[in-house]
Design a protein around this ligand. Structure first.
Ligand code: 6GU
Length: 227
């Protein structure tokens, strides 16, 4: 899988992509992540990437030219499955969307700033608009990092058996059961006996039951819809 991320703040994305699981996935050549500085595509002599909003509402708007030129230069090289725009008014990212995107080959992700990008880009080149929740971030970069992490960890070979994504919360619309490690008794705080019984069937039943009960209690909405 190849991800091309367009941003005016490339430095913001260096941290998340150059550590831990995302770094290892790239080193193992399971994915390529390319960060592009939108500003370097600006034909303006001051490398401007934004301008005043028509109609006079407060705040600057990201202009068409540098973003469109960057997207077009990428699309000349290869076919992209989606051109994703990160925006608080997009569809909220859920596990099923991450699963779906992890099967794609090439994705472009555009990070918005200021009051957003010129709406004509959204009408003409964007194929998917995603938000990561009902709150506003200063820009799309952190949201793009969240999206990227949620996709890359699902690629075959990125996680080992012990960290397998199959046992994550949300994969089956259930929260994960509680987990414990040694010591079995920490000054009187005890691990549930069943987990130490060695009875695999009983342990599995307990975990399934805990997952269901915790979901009912903490996230009953997950049990209602398909999302
Ligand atoms: Cl994708 N962008 C911004 N700026 N804020 C957000 C978001 C995205 N998702 C939630 N809040």
């Amino acid at each position: 899988m190849r991800l091309d991320i367009l941003t005016i703040l490339p430095k913001l994305l260096e941290g998340p992509f150059n550590d831990s699981i995302l770094q290892r996935a790239q080193e193992k050549e399971l994915c390529e992540i390319h960060v592009h500085d939108i500003r370097s595509f600006s034909t303006d002599k001051h490398r401007k990437v934004d301008d005043y909003s028509f109609g006079g509402s407060a705040g600057m708007v990201m202009t068409i030219q540098p973003i469109l030129d960057c997207v077009k230069s990428l699309q000349k090289e290869r076919n992209y499955d989606e051109v994703i725009y990160m925006t608080p008014d997009g569809e909220q990212l859920k596990q099923n969307k991450a699963n779906h995107l992890s099967l794609k080959k090439n994705l472009i992700i555009i990070c918005g700033h200021y009051k957003g990008i010129d709406h004509r880009l959204r009408e003409n080149i964007i194929t998917m608009e995603l938000s990561i929740g009902d709150y506003v971030l200063s820009g799309g970069e952190l949201a793009a990092a969240v999206l990227t992490d949620s996709i890359i960890r699902l690629l075959p070979g990125v996680l080992n058996d012990e960290t397998s994504a199959l046992t994550d919360s949300f994969q089956d619309n259930l929260l994960a059961p509680p987990v414990y490690t040694r010591p079995a008794d920490y000054n009187g705080w005890k691990v549930p006996e069943v987990l130490r019984s060695g009875d695999f069937k009983k342990i599995q039943e307990w975990q399934e039951n805990q997952a269901l009960e915790r979901t009912k209690q903490l996230r009953p909405d997950l049990l209602e819809g398909e999302d």
